[in-house]
Design a protein around this ligand. Structure first.
Ligand SMILES: *Cc1c(COP(=O)(O)O)cnc(C)c1O
Length: 500
């Protein structure tokens, strides 16, 4: 059976059930699947599989504590009826390249792909471990994870979910989506701060003495963020799916390399791409696309991770992140699972806001990845020109990745490798920016922007967007950073059924 090893203590190895249930290792490390390269899959054998069959094969290869039958059942629950496309993540050719549309799930975000399945993985793991505690899920969101997680966990037995989002930064539609969430086990709180404030709070909760004391035999903490390995593994699937689509329409031949350009924030999505490569998918470069908060672009170029810079709110808020959690998993792997080294890097990041990786790690990174960033004005121009040239409407996050692809191709004119751009959000979700780019004007409120955008998008406006502004606001609490841990403690007490 495969072990998941803590990036902060390599002697701490657990099975899939424990890794998924805990979310984060008690030592603060991230559970990482080791030696994936020993589990290579055959592209030839996968070629004919549809999305759900691919998901079953890939997920059960990594979470091999589940039987194939169990995985199949979980996959069916997640993807049976919840997506607007039968093939879950449709691929659209754009010239010789392609855009992979990952936003056909229940909230219009690519995070739905993982968050429709995580609750089922979690509940199944919980049962395997014979737990009788309530699972309390803490989630930090820069906008999209929150709603996708809330919908995924809403009214799921034995679970309670608390979401923190930054008061300033998320789009009006994202905020509205979260504030209108129903369900008896959901709680949403706005934080005066940025995403990193929310994420640090959630990570710190695991180490907080008061919280630890509350997590007795009655409640256990878990996470719906991509620090939970149960979030990452389902994302590997669509890399294979994209490859199958390119094979099916004759764009590539079996074994031919493909590049992927990935709009990156917390480094989860692109890490799933790297895992796909480890499992044998012929990926050339993983293009790490950032917005004006380009910590990762600089890191890939220099090997120095430096968060000491001004945080810039952009039109792609889900990528406004200065601390990319999942990079830790990649460094753990590239260091040969040297958890002491990783601990020292993360310590430096906490105390000095920066660290520099050793040369062998720099080399590995450059071998697999390259990084580009896109300025705000180029986001607008890209949305404009892709619509003009291809009649395809991109959301700002996808535009960042599309522009990164263009930059890569400009720098490598002789490289004819097909490139797939991952499209991570519905353009309707960021309708004001998209309208401004395509139509040259935007309306005051997002409802009108969405309506107007229906004239440009090939996809119809989903119900969950058209109804959004008629729903009552159920979650309007705003707190300061200082009140964060208290809010978590109250949430845990409530989950235990104690008076708050
Ligand atoms: C979360 C998100 C991203 C970034 O994904 P990571 O896995 O955090 O790197 C990009 N685009 C959108 C729309 C997102 O919601």
């Amino acid at each position: 059976m495969r072990k998941f090893v803590s990036s902060k203590d390599r002697t701490r190895a657990v099975n899939a059930f424990t890794a998924i249930t805990q979310g984060l290792s008690p030592d603060g490390g991230l559970y990482t699947p080791v030696n994936l390269k020993e589990s290579t899959l055959s592209i030839k054998e996968l070629e004919k599989l549809d999305y759900k069959q691919l998901a079953t094969t890939i997920i059960s290869t990594i979470f091999d504590d589940f039987t194939l039958e169990e995985t199949k059942e979980i996959v069916e629950k997640a993807y049976g009826h919840t997506f607007m496309a039968d093939d879950i993540t449709p691929l659209e050719k754009v010239g010789k390249d392609a855009v992979l549309k990952l936003y056909y799930g229940p909230t219009g975000a690519f995070k739905d792909v993982a968050l429709t399945i995580l609750p089922h993985l979690l509940v199944a793991s919980y049962k395997k471990l014979h737990l009788n505690q309530e699972i309390c899920i803490l989630t930090a969101t820069s906008g999209d994870t929150g709603k996708a997680a809330l919908e995924g966990f809403k009214d799921v037995e034995h679970t309670h979910i608390l979401v923190f989002y930054p008061e300033i930064g998320v789009s009006k539609t994202q905020k509205r989506q979260m504030q209108t969430t129903t369900g008896s086990n959901t709680k949403v709180v706005a934080m005066q701060g940025d995403f990193d404030t929310c994420q640090s709070l959630v990570k710190a909760a695991y180490q907080d003495p008061a919280v630890k004391e509350l997590c007795s035999d009655q409640v256990v903490l878990s996470s719906a963020n991509s620090i939970n390995i149960g979030r990452l593994v389902p994302q590997i699937v669509y890399y294979f799916k994209a490859y199958n689509d390119l094979l099916a329409d004759g764009t590539i031949t079996c074994g031919e390399q493909v590049h992927f350009s990935v709009p990156t924030g917390n480094f989860g999505d692109i890490l799933a791409g790297y895992y796909a490569k480890c499992l044998g998918l012929p990926i050339g470069k993983l293009i790490c696309a950032s917005n004006s908060n380009h910590v990762l672009t600089d890191f890939i170029a220099t090997g120095v991770y430096d968060r000491n810079r001004t945080f810039l709110p952009t039109t792609s808020p889900s990528m406004d992140i200065l601390v990319s959690s999942n990079l830790e998993r990649l460094l753990f792997e590239f260091s040969g699972y040297d958890s002491d080294l990783i601990k020292s890097y993360m310590q430096d990041l906490n105390t000095r806001g920066r660290y520099e990786v050793k040369d062998s790690i720099k080399k590995e990174i450059k071998h697999h990845f390259c990084g580009y960033y896109t300025k705000e004005e180029d986001v607008i121009k890209t949305i404009q020109s892709v619509y003009h040239d291809h009649h395809l409407v991109l959301d700002p996050h996808t535009a960042v990745a599309y522009h990164a692809k263009l930059q890569y191709q400009k720098e490598h004119p002789k490289d004819a490798t097909v490139c797939v751009v991952l499209s991570t959000a519905s353009p309707y979700k960021f309708s004001s920016t998209v309208m401004k780019s395509i139509a040259g004007k935007e309306f005051e409120n997002d409802r009108d922007n969405m309506e107007a955008l229906t004239g440009y998008c090939s996809e119809t406006l989903p119900d969950y967007f058209s109804n959004l502004y008629d729903l009552p606001l159920l979650h309007t609490e705003v707190i300061t950073k200082e009140l964060g841990m208290k809010t978590i403690a109250a949430f845990l007490s409530e989950a235990k059924g104690e008076p708050v």
